[in-house]
Design a protein around this ligand. Structure first.
Ligand SMILES: Cc1ncc(COP(=O)(O)O)c(C=O)c1O
Length: 447
């Protein structure tokens, strides 16, 4: 052992560990990016972007690092700022979990909140707001992880060579999630080059994300994938992402991602986040298809510590309907065909749909684009009751003001009833964080 001069010299150099219990017949390795000092793969990009800006003079001594991020890039940048004597200023959506805000503040960062759910073109969207603040702040510099070439470049110089060395050049497949695309682009470029094109580069993507050909509607796994806000016009890929480096992108459903993350903790002792579950699930699929000679490496971006109240909480999993098969008496049997009408449907039409469906309520969804529960900001998902359909048949269906109430397929009727407010008469049934039925409270109490 030697003593490090700076915490920052400990960024990178993360180990590979074989998933021997999960895939005993195959050779699947996980690269443990949560062992970086700031807890994620983004330590690499954060440090590289700052060093690059110091060299070019874009970030003056004692200046302020600015970025719009609610996640790991913020933590990585806040860490570098503290260790190298800069101020840091982050713009975050106002819905960001208080633990994340506190973690950034713990490093001494300043936080500015902006409304969540704004389309990318809005001047107060996190990215646009951060760019403006960087310009207005004396000595301010915008890190710009989505457009900064230092982001993919650090993976070309470090992550790629580390994988090549750790597998003694035997790696056949790289599996990585895609957020900014920095990790997969840089690591993939290096491994393709050094192997003479032999290494296959596979993206692992939330099922509805745009990278794997989804419709861009919301997904539960955080920090990976490309979501399309309904009012966003420009849905282009991030500047640093190079799709030509990627051989194929596998869509992985939220349930598979989340339950894989949960299984990694229980069978391998690896407590990782949701996007790590996405990467591991894709890697296991690749290994099954490629056969016994494949050497598959999956990059696991961060730790499960930040998600203890979500992916690693049985209560959350049951209420979102991700865990519904392991107990008697859960509401999974109530999953039914969901009929819904888009916002703007006429009352007359909605009434006909309601009558022919046999349901006592109709979900209203925005243009039918997403049935995710709870709806993302900017999307409407509400229950329409018969009383709401009394008006003129030509009028548009009213959008009820009250937020919809959901119960998970992993709950029992007694558990669900115990947490419902007395005034609620009809609820959404939720499976895989998506609408899976409509149930009256009366029917629930008779179960
Ligand atoms: C948890 C997690 N997973 C995946 C990613 C995607 O990595 P990249 O931005 O390099 O594509 C990120 C990026 O912030 C992340 O924080």
């Amino acid at each position: 052992m030697t003593a490090a001069d700076s915490l920052l010299s400990l960024v990178g150099g993360t180990p590979l560990v074989r998933l021997g219990r999960t895939a005993p017949e195959a050779e699947v390795h996980a690269k443990l990016e949560y062992l970086n000092p700031g807890g994620s793969v983004k330590d690499r990009a954060a440090l590289a972007m700052v060093l690059d800006a110091e060299e070019s003079g874009a970030l003056p001594p004692g200046g302020t690092i600015v970025e719009g991020t609610s996640g790991n890039t913020g933590l990585g940048l806040a860490q570098v700022a503290a260790a190298r004597g800069y101020s840091s200023l982050f713009v975050l959506p106002d819905k960001t979990a208080v633990e994340k805000l506190d973690a950034l503040r713990a490093y001494g960062a300043e936080i500015v909140l902006t409304p969540a759910g704004l389309p990318r073109e809005h001047p107060d969207h996190v990215v646009a707001y951060a760019a403006r603040l960087a310009k207005e702040t004396d000595g301010g510099w915008l890190a710009d992880q989505y457009g900064n070439p230092a982001n993919p470049d650090v993976h070309r110089r470090t992550t790629g060579p580390e994988i090549w060395e750790a597998t003694a050049g035997r790696v056949t497949h790289l599996v990585s999630t895609i957020g900014t695309g920095g990790t997969i682009t840089g690591t993939g470029e290096y491994l393709r080059e050094v192997s003479g094109g032999r290494v296959q580069v596979v993206g692992a993507d939330p099922e509805t994300s745009l990278f794997s050909g989804g419709d861009g509607s919301p997904f539960a796994v955080e920090a990976a994938g490309h979501y399309w806000h309904p009012q966003t016009v420009d849905v282009g890929y991030p500047e640093v992402y190079r799709p030509d480096v990627v051989d194929r992108v596998l869509p992985i459903g939220d349930r598979e991602s989340i339950l894989t993350a949960r299984a990694l903790a229980r069978t391998e002792g690896l407590l990782v986040g949701g996007s790590s579950g996405t990467a591991a699930a894709a890697a296991l699929r690749v290994a099954r298809e490629a056969g016994p000679d494949a050497v598959v490496v999956a990059i696991l971006p961060d730790s499960g510590r930040a998600y203890l109240s979500k992916y690693h909480s049985e209560q959350w999993l049951r209420r979102q309907g991700f865990l519904d098969d392991d107990r008697p008496g859960t509401l999974a049997s109530l999953v039914s065909t969901v009929v819904s009408v888009p916002v703007g449907t006429s009352v007359g039409e909605a009434r006909m749909v309601l009558e022919s469906s046999g349901h006592s309520a109709l979900p209203v969804v925005l243009a039918g684009r997403s049935d995710r529960f709870p709806p993302a900001a900017g999307e409407v998902l509400a229950l329409l009751l018969p009383d709401d359909l009394r008006g003129s048949p030509d009028a548009a269906v009213p959008v009820p003001a009250a937020p919809p109430v959901g119960i998970g397929t992993g709950e029992t009727a007694a558990e669900a009833l115990a947490r419902l407010d007395p005034g609620v008469s009809v609820v959404h049934l939720v499976r895989d964080a998506r609408l899976a039925g409509v149930v009256s409270v009366g029917a629930l109490s008779r179960l």
